[in-house]
Design a protein around this ligand. Structure first.
Ligand SMILES: CC(C)(COP(=O)(O)OP(=O)(O)OC[C@H]1O[C@@H](n2cnc3c(N)ncnc32)[C@H](O)[C@@H]1OP(=O)(O)O)[C@@H](O)C(=O)NCCC(=O)NCCS
Length: 166
């Protein structure tokens, strides 16, 4: 499998138009989307999410990258760095299929994306936001060494905001 970059256990690659089924598999679980502010992904709207939201990010070399286990090539979810034009900042995000939670994959993926952003994309600052009750995600952010800035309401959601500088 061609990858953009790798970590000890994970491969990161760009999604393609052919990945609608994988995206649906991930986003159709209400537990996965519990704390993220977006409508459920259906089989019908998955291709549009890829085409209109995920793939255009790659023009900036940023984006949400598909994450696979290195040794079995199983798809486990996504992680990545998204440019938010309304806030003029680069946002760290990650999302994994429930079956794979609790193995340290999110922490490994998030810290690898941060390193990749600083080393290869010339970024100076990366932010992350998580719902105030999303304990697992808050732990991941803190384990990556990000610094708490403030609590805020973003997209009608109470979040904690963190940053890390190069
Ligand atoms: C958040 C998420 C990515 C974490 O994935 P993961 O692979 O289980 O994370 P890790 O295994 O790296 O665990 C990170 C830490 O959170 C802890 N944790 C995991 N689930 C937890 C929970 N429900 N409550 C409290 N702590 C939890 C882990 O124990 C670990 O801490 P530790 O190393 O001190 O033990 C995963 O739960 C997920 O995909 N959730 C749905 C999407 C989402 O909310 N994304 C983030 C949006 S901001």
């Amino acid at each position: 499998m061609n990858s953009l970059f790798q970590s000890e256990r994970l491969l990161f690659r760009q999604f393609t138009v052919d990945d609608a089924d994988l995206l649906y598999q991930l986003n159709s679980d209400p537990e996965v989307t519990k704390y993220v502010h977006e409508p459920p992904t259906t089989k019908e709207n998955a291709p549009g999410i890829l085409k209109n939201i995920i793939l255009p990010q790659y023009e900036l070399k940023l984006g949400r990258w598909a994450v696979h286990l290195k040794y079995t090539h199983e798809f486990i979810g996504w992680a990545g760095l998204k440019y938010l034009s309304d806030r003029d900042e680069v946002d760290l995000g990650y999302r994994f299929i429930k079956h794979y939670w609790g193995n340290g994959f999110a922490t490994e993926a998030a810290s690898t994306c941060i390193s990749y952003g600083f080393a290869h994309l010339d970024l100076n600052r990366i932010v992350a936001k998580a719902h105030v009750h999303n304990t697992a995600s808050l732990k991941v952010i803190q384990k990556c060494g990000m610094k708490f800035i403030k609590e805020d309401i973003v997209d009608a959601t109470p979040v904690k905001i963190f940053e890390i500088l190069r």
